[in-house]
Design a protein around this ligand. Sequence first.
Ligand code: OAD
Length: 249
Amino acid sequence: MVIRDDLVDALQAARAVVVLTGAGVSAESGIPTFRDAREGLWAKYDPLELATPEAFDRDPETVARWYDWRREKCAAAKPNPAHRALAGLEKQLAARERGFTLLTQNVDRLHQAAGSENVVELHGTLWVWRCTRCGVEHEERDVPFREYPPRCACGGARRPGVVWFGELLPEQALQQAHDALEACDFFFSIGTSAVVEPAASFIHAARRRGAKTVEINRDPTPISNAVDWSMPGKAGEILPALCKRTFAI
Ligand code: OAD
């Protein structure tokens, strides 16, 4: 794997790093991505039947069971070298009083399990469920559920605290993302197909701000030609090597 010297120099000089991650970062932990042609979740399941508010209204049991199946997969998963490298990068940058914000589209909380601290969950998390009647959120760590859908103390059905198709991103997460992008001088896009908005446009905001940009992804994406450094391959191999070269971690 070639890690260019100019990339290492630019990362060493960075004052405020923003990292955007997607499902590809958790793939090496055994969690399926969405758009892989054979193994991706959306190749096997219809998102309109499972990941919309209308689907939950129509058939809350099926939707809750599917999300519980995903919770079980995530509960069994461990952070991989990509998650750990990003947590190490955050610590190295913090020690140098540099900024670091991790914007993730992932709902599995493996970044936090690896030790990342400044994490913004753009698409919510599988571990918090929200009552559709009273709105109260509840951390749901036990797997599997005992009933589908799980019920709130008020008797209402709880839905997963993730963002579904047709829904807006959590306002606070979006604001944090915008603030971080406004301030960043170095931007990574890692393990995301870069097709789902608004995250797909973050690269452009970072570029407008004058940030240096890197993509680490197994396959080419719509932004591969727009970044300063495109690194094709596995995040769990490239990130540890890049961090070792840059900060000897
Ligand atoms: P996708 O499944 O669309 O894309 C995953 C990307 O990761 C692909 O480009 C793969 O080539 C790449 N990839 C796979 N394994 C990798 C590895 N080991 N190292 C590096 N890259 C790898 O997933 P996302 O981009 O995260 O939203 O999808 C974005 C959103 O679409 C998800 O958050 C989800 C989905 O619909 C909601 O559910 C709201």
